[in-house]
Design a protein around this ligand. Structure first.
Ligand SMILES: C[S@@+](CC[C@H](N)C(=O)[O-])C[C@H]1O[C@@H](n2cnc3c(N)ncnc32)[C@H](O)[C@@H]1O
Length: 315
């Protein structure tokens, strides 16, 4: 099955890497063809539900076909949307939208511009028009923003970024993900919603309690403990994704280093061979990753004067 994807332009590499890491961790065979910077075709056997996990992919279409003459693809579009009562065509080309609309209408499907059952998308790349039928994938990151949860702290991360960290960690449904600095549970909520089992530690009783309440709010059960991540532990998990404390005015570079360099040796013992740890860190602190190898790193601008580095490490 071919899918046409519109990636987010928020970061030059993160959206594409999030996609390929997710497909690989799901054990799917796939090939990718880039039509333009933010537009790609993915050929894979997975069903569309897998794409609903992605944070940095804006839209997903079932790819119907490509042709210099888009009218030759109308029969294939009809086969896909024939169960729909209504449709609308979305295209930068007014003439393509109008002509495709007329042809599908003549085949018996009504037009509804406001609330159509199916959205047919048409866009020209190079010489060819590509047509897709939009797949509705519900992710709703905005409604899960930290201020809408029962327990709030300003240190909590945006659910979209948290979801990307989960996907970059390679966590599959049923795997156990640990966030050893879980705070309000931002990462754990996104992992739980993907069917990943979750465990979280926080040295603060208030945070651990609040995290448990937040998880319960989304119907997620997790093993949440008041615990110091710098203490040695024989805990075992499949992946780690975390956002350790740093960067507040009271924090010095030395304190940040102490946290990272104290936790990294512990993390190594908790993961299986090949297991991943995804870490958010300041971009100006030198971290000793010991036996971990660095698979990817991304600098993400949080706001004007703050950049964070995402490290994807592998045991
Ligand atoms: C940046 S916040 C995590 C935010 C979290 N990602 C969220 O979405 O809410 C870091 C958390 O680490 C906790 N922490 C600090 N030192 C710790 C330690 N040694 N062990 C475990 N947790 C610790 C803090 O209490 C804080 O809640």
């Amino acid at each position: 099955m071919k899918y046409l994807l519109r990636l987010s332009g928020e970061h030059p590499e993160l959206p594409y890497t999030e996609l390929t890491e997710l497909l690989e961790s799901c054990g799917l065979e796939y090939s990718v063809r880039r039509l333009e910077d933010l537009w790609i075709i993915v050929d894979t056997e997975c069903d569309a539900g897998v794409f609903a996990r992605l944070a940095y992919t804006l839209r997903v279409y079932e790819h119907v076909g490509e042709s210099r003459d888009y009218t030759t693809l109308v029969g294939d579009v009809y086969d896909i949307i024939s169960d729909s009562k209504t449709f609308r065509v979305s295209s930068e080309s007014d003439s393509a939208a109008k002509r495709l609309g007329e042809l599908l209408y003549e085949m018996g499907i009504q037009v509804n511009l406001k609330k159509p059952d199916a959205i047919v998308f048409c866009k020209k790349f190079g010489e060819d028009y590509h047509i897709g039928v939009e797949l509705r994938i519900e992710r709703d990151f905005e409604s899960r923003r930290p201020q809408f949860r029962p327990f709030f702290s300003p240190t909590s991360m945006h659910p979209k970024l948290a979801r990307a960290l989960v996907n970059l960690s390679g966590a599959c449904e049923g795997d156990l993900l640990l966030d050893p600095f879980c705070g309000t549970g931002g990462i754990l909520i996104e992992a739980g919603l993907c069917g990943v089992k979750v465990a979280g530690w926080d040295v603060s009783e208030v945070m651990a309690g609040g995290c448990g309440r937040n998880l319960a709010h989304y119907g997620i059960s997790g093993d949440i403990q008041v615990r110091d991540a710098l203490e040695k532990s024989d805990f075992k998990c499949d992946v780690i994704a975390t956002d350790p404390p740093y960067g507040r005015s009271s924090f010095t570079t030395d304190e940040t280093k102490k946290i990272f360099n104290g936790f990294i040796p512990n993390a190594h013992g908790m993961l299986p061979a090949g297991g991943r740890m995804v870490l958010m860190a300041p971009d100006d602190v030198e971290i000793d990753f010991r036996e971990f190898s660095v698979k990817h790193k991304f600098d993400v601008r949080m706001h004007k004067s703050l950049t964070r580095r995402i490290w994807i490490l592998e045991k």
